[in-house]
Ligand binder design. Structure first.
Ligand SMILES: [Zn+2]
Length: 523
């Protein structure tokens, strides 16, 4: 064995480090393994083990198989201490790291729904600021958070669909790379009929079964999304299987004409072969196990109708097409979009205006929650039974209940800030009582045009953010600012946000306070 490994090292240039290696015996008596390990001077390992970061030899359908992945996520969560991060920060971490951590495992194994659920619940708790033991309120359900930004979500990945999209890549490769060595090895090992999957019964590989389920579309709730979007363009017919591939009609001929397929003597013939033998009446392509009955002859006649229009193009190879994207073919991201099709969702919130690069992400997330009425305003807390009825009054002492529209628009104290902001900008507009209307109305109050709207929305964000900060300061820190201080905060915030994103900006803060529209280039 040592000699084989040595030869391998000489030929490939990859040297084996015996100290770092483990010897794993499969169906071998333990004493032999011990002896061999002593000779090779390496440790003894056992299944399941990690190979190239992936667990090998375990059963991915069992929950404990996924423990390393879940533990890894847990350790990241406790380390980051979600409470020290803003919503924006948590969102970024959630998207960039947490959803990419399990990707390696998810691109190979189909995760059981229990695992997906427990990973998602970790993510949810992290996002809403709790940790493993300490649960906080999830103000918006995870489904909504996982929607794409264009349709009103936060664009966090859905793990189950992402898992399927990643695994679909294997199916795609198996279709387009049938000549590949790896494919031939896999079909030889796990069973495949002429380039098609065949799961090998109860004792076959779980991995192979999962992949073939996705390929065939059975057993999945999402149906045959993979095969439905796969199309074959027949060229010379050399690699297309006459009976088994879907090529002349929307199902394979073996399904459309099951009887004929069962009687056929050349079940694995390619289209090219069948064409060569001749599939006209009396052609040699039709080889049967016995003579056909009259009604079977009629079936054959029907089958032949499909073949009438077929002409093979000798110069072109057969090509598989992924119908959603015929140019690039299958991509995991494209398939993910397909699986999470959101064209039906109609969200009234103008997401193009909502997500902007020139305000901090935490402010955009804040506005997103504001538009969905999902901020922890006192009325919302009361509705969820978290605070008592007497505690739901507005913190300014105006005597009203603190709802979102009260706090941000109609409150005698906080609402007055809008008037000051308008005076500063020298604009006039009404005050709609609905938050979204207010946002849209305010955006157009200096006239129409993209840059005007964008500027006004920036101010709107700054104003609502300042109100929210002031409200929290009054509740949690017992400090108060006057109207003028709040206005100055709005001016400050908007000044820095604007300045940070406009390279040619050269005005001072003083200029900004004097004539903001001029500084913004819309005066
Ligand atoms: Zn109030």
């Amino acid at each position: 064995m040592r000699a084989v490994l040595h030869l391998f090292a000489v030929m490939s240039g990859l040297k084996v480090n015996f100290h770092k290696s483990e010897l794993v015996g499969i169906n071998i008596n333990q004493s032999w393994v011990q002896e061999a390990a002593a000779v090779l001077n390496c440790r003894i390992g056992s299944l399941p083990m990690l190979y190239l970061g992936l667990p090998v030899g375990g059963d991915p359908r069992r929950l404990h198989f996924w423990n390393p992945v879940v533990n890894c996520i847990k350790s990241r969560l406790s380390r980051w201490k979600s409470k020290h991060l803003s919503f924006g920060g948590r969102l970024v971490l959630l998207k960039s790291i947490l959803t990419s951590l399990p990707v390696y495992a998810l691109s190979f194994f189909k995760a059981p729904s229990g695992i997906i659920a427990s990973i998602e619940s970790l993510l949810i708790r992290f996002f809403w600021g709790g940790c493993e033991v300490n649960r906080k309120i999830a103000w918006i359900d995870w489904e909504a958070i996982c929607l794409a930004k264009e349709v009103g979500g936060l664009g966090v990945r859905r793990l189950r669909e992402f898992n399927l999209a990643l695994l679909g890549k294997w199916c795609w490769r198996m279709v387009v790379d049938r000549e590949g060595m790896w494919y031939r090895v896999l079909t030889a090992r796990y069973g495949g009929v002429g380039g098609r999957f065949q799961s090998c019964g109860k004792h076959g590989s779980v991995w192979w079964k999962d992949i073939s389920c996705i390929c065939d579309g059975n057993s999945s709730v999402l149906g045959s999304w993979f095969s439905d979007n796969l199309q074959l363009r027949v060229g010379n017919g050399v690699t297309t299987l006459f009976w088994l591939d879907r090529w002349v009609c929307d199902v394979p001929l073996c399904e459309k004409f099951r009887r004929l397929y069962e009687l056929s003597d050349n079940k694995l013939a390619t289209v090219a072969q069948m064409f060569h033998w001749g599939w006209d009446v009396g052609g040699e392509a039709w080889k049967w196990r016995r003579r056909l009955w009259v009604w079977e002859e009629e079936l054959l006649e029907e089958c032949r109708l499909f073949l009438l229009t077929v002409t093979l193009q000798v110069d072109y190879a057969d090509a598989w097409k992924w119908t959603p994207d015929t140019a690039k073919g299958y991509t995991a991201s494209g398939a993910y979009r397909l699986l999470t099709d959101t064209t039906q969702i109609n969200d009234q919130i103008p997401t193009k205006l909502l997500w902007r690069k020139d305000v901090p992400l935490k402010v955009s997330v804040f506005a997103w929650r504001l538009f969905h009425n999902r901020l922890p305003s006192k009325l919302n807390l009361f509705r969820r039974g978290i605070i008592l009825p007497e505690a739901r009054n507005c913190v300014s002492g105006c005597g009203c209940h603190e709802s979102e529209s009260h706090l941000f628009l109609s409150c005698a104290f906080f609402g007055h800030l809008w008037q000051l902001v308008r005076n500063w900008l020298c604009v006039h507009s009404a005050d709609p009582s609905h938050i979204l209307d207010h946002f849209i109305q305010f955006g157009s109050s200096t006239g129409y045009g993209k840059s005007r709207c964008s500027f006004m929305h920036l101010i709107w964000y700054a104003t609502t953010w300042v109100i929210w900060k002031e409200r929290n300061a009054r509740i949690f820190r017992d400090t108060q600012s006057s109207h003028l201080q709040l206005l100055e905060n709005v001016q400050h915030l908007s000044f820095w946000w604007f300045k940070a994103n406009v390279v040619s900006f050269h005005y001072s803060f003083y200029n900004w306070c004097q004539n903001p529209l001029l500084c913004a280039g819309i005066g």
